[in-house]
Design a protein around this ligand. Structure first.
Ligand code: HEC
Length: 160
C-alpha cells in the first residue's frame, strides 16, 4: 500500500494537468474562431450568439459586400453606395434591423431554408443535408461561427 500512494498522487496530478490543458485548449479555441458550432432554433430565430461571441460590425460589412465570400449582393441590395452592382432577387437589406430582431437575422443567415425550404439563399452555417457540395467545401460552413456573428452585428446597425 505504501508504494501505491505516491503513484496515486502522481496519477491524480497528471489527471489534473490534463484537465487544465483541456480547459485551456477549449478557452483558446473560443478566443479564436470556431469553424462550425451547433445551434438551436426557437421561436423562429437563434437567440444565442454562435460560439458565444459578440460580432464586429466592421468585419461584417466587409463580408456582406465581399464578392467571393459573403456574396450577399449577388441577390440583395442595401446601403452600400460604393458597390455598383447589387442584386434584386431578394429584399433590400436596408433597414433590416428595424424589421427583424438579431435572433431572426441570425437564423436567416445560418439556414434560411429553416424558414422557407424553397429559399434561394444558401445556408451559410448548415453543413448537414446539403447536396452537390464541391469536395473543397464539404464539412465546412460558408461562414464560420465568428463570421456569422460579424454579419449579424453589421446587419444590426442597418435601421430605417
Ligand atoms: C442566392 C441569393 C441570395 C444570397 C447569395 C443571399 N441571400 Fe439573403 N435572401 C435571399 C432571398 C431570396 C431572401 C427572401 C427570403 C427567402 O426566399 O428565403 C433572402 C432573405 C434574407 C434576409 C431576410 C430579409 C427580410 O427582409 O426578411 C436576410 C437578413 C438576408 N437574406 C441576409 C443575407 C446575407 C447577410 C447574405 C450574405 C451573407 C445573403 N442574404 C445572401 C437570397 C439570397
Amino acid at each position: 500500500m505504501r508504494r501505491i500512494a505516491p503513484l496515486r498522487r502522481m496519477l491524480s496530478a497528471f489527471a489534473g494537468l490534463m484537465m487544465t490543458s483541456i480547459g485551456l485548449g477549449a478557452a483558446g479555441a473560443l478566443a479564436q474562431d470556431l469553424p462550425v458550432v451547433p445551434y438551436r432554433i426557437e421561436s423562429g430565430g437563434i437567440s444565442a450568439p454562435l460560439g458565444g461571441r459578440q460580432g464586429d460590425a466592421g468585419r461584417g460589412r466587409k463580408l456582406v459586400t465581399d464578392r467571393r465570400k459573403g456574396l450577399c449582393l449577388l441577390c440583395h441590395s442595401g446601403p452600400f453606395p460604393e458597390e455598383r452592382f447589387q442584386g434584386d432577387l431578394a429584399p433590400s437589406l436596408a433597414g433590416i434591423a428595424s424589421r427583424l430582431t438579431a435572433e431572426k437575422i441570425r437564423l436567416r443567415i445560418v439556414d434560411s431554408t429553416a424558414i422557407n425550404p424553397a429559399s434561394l439563399m444558401p445556408p451559410y452555417h448548415r453543413i448537414e443535408g446539403l447536396v452537390e457540395v464541391g469536395a473543397a467545401w464539404r464539412g465546412k460552413p460558408i461562414l464560420t461561427a465568428g463570421e456569422i456573428e460579424d454579419v449579424v452585428a453589421f446587419l444590426g446597425t442597418l435601421r430605417d
